[in-house]
Write a protein that binds this ligand. Structure first.
Ligand code: AP5
Ligand code: MG
Length: 216
């Protein structure tokens, strides 16, 4: 199973990708996570990407296409993958088509997660993760069972993304509408675009995705 999750910042791409990974035994390929890892490690890609990400702009197509092309060749992608945050421009979508054709791989579905802009700012600015295990939380929507303690690993240190502030989120949303939304008609014309209501409860979004992907 190979699929793309398309949606604006805070739509729930990462949240749902984690759940679908378990259902299909496939991996999540998040270009955002990969770029943040490169920034943290201080690699050449990280040095080029850092300021762009903090401004809420898109990193250049050649960087992200190169990252994904190398990553899908790794053994853990053999069973399939969920593209989370890639492609994000028409040039990336076209490069992906070419890449999949060359690697003789087929795309099974493109799922658009629809969420109104007004909800997204709150979702993104309220988000935080466990600094130890990466489990995701939200100030209002998804609190740990015991305040300040990670449900998953019991640690008490949390972190927030450098780009999760109101000003940067506005730029990220603008980038989405200008550069990523044109992918919707692109995939609709190819006949593999499906849409879910990303404003439903997290569990209901998972159910809707599993239904349309045929895993009940
Ligand atoms: P990236 O990391 O991809 O960020 P993004 O697209 O802005 O999306 P987010 O990760 O913020 O949101 P999400 O949809 O994963 O939502 P989540 O599940 O966390 O990219 C970051 C940056 O990297 C970009 O700005 C760009 O600079 C660069 N970049 C990355 N890929 C690139 C590419 N291909 N090309 C160029 N540049 C690239 O959910 C958010 C919050 O809402 C959580 O707290 C969650 O608990 C909550 N939530 C989720 N679902 C629900 C629900 N149904 N109801 C209530 N709350 C919910
Ligand atoms: Mg994400």
């Amino acid at each position: 199973m190979r699929l793309i999750l398309l949606g604006p910042p805070g739509a729930g791409k990462g949240t749902q990708a984690q759940r679908l990974m378990d259902a299909y035994n496939i991996v999540q390929l998040s270009t955002g996570d990969m770029l943040r890892a490169a920034v943290a490690a201080g690699t050449e890609v990280g040095l080029r990407a850092r300021a762009v990400m903090e401004a809420g702009d898109l990193v250049s197509d050649d960087i992200v296409v190169g990252i994904i092309s190398d990553r899908v060749d790794e053994p853990d992608c053999k069973n399939g993958f969920i593209l989370d945050g890639f492609p994000r421009t028409l040039a990336q979508a076209e490069a992906l088509e070419l890449m999949l054709t060359e690697k003789k791989l087929r795309l099974d579905a493109v799922i658009e997660m629809q969420v109104d802009d007004g909800l997204l700012i709150d979702r993104v600015t309220g988000r935080y993760t466990c600094a130890n295990c990466g489990a995701g939380y939200h100030d209002k929507n998804l609190k740990p069972k015991v305040d300040g303690v990670c449900d998953n690993c019991g640690r008490t240190e949390f972190s927030r993304r450098a780009d999760d502030n109101a000003e940067t989120v506005a730029s990220r949303l603008q980038a989405y509408h200008e550069q990523t939304a044109p992918l919707l008609p692109f995939y609709r014309a190819k006949g593999n675009l499906q849409t879910v209501d990303g404003m439903a409860d997290i569990d209901d979004v998972t159910k809707a995705m599993r239904t349309l992907l045929g895993v009940g």
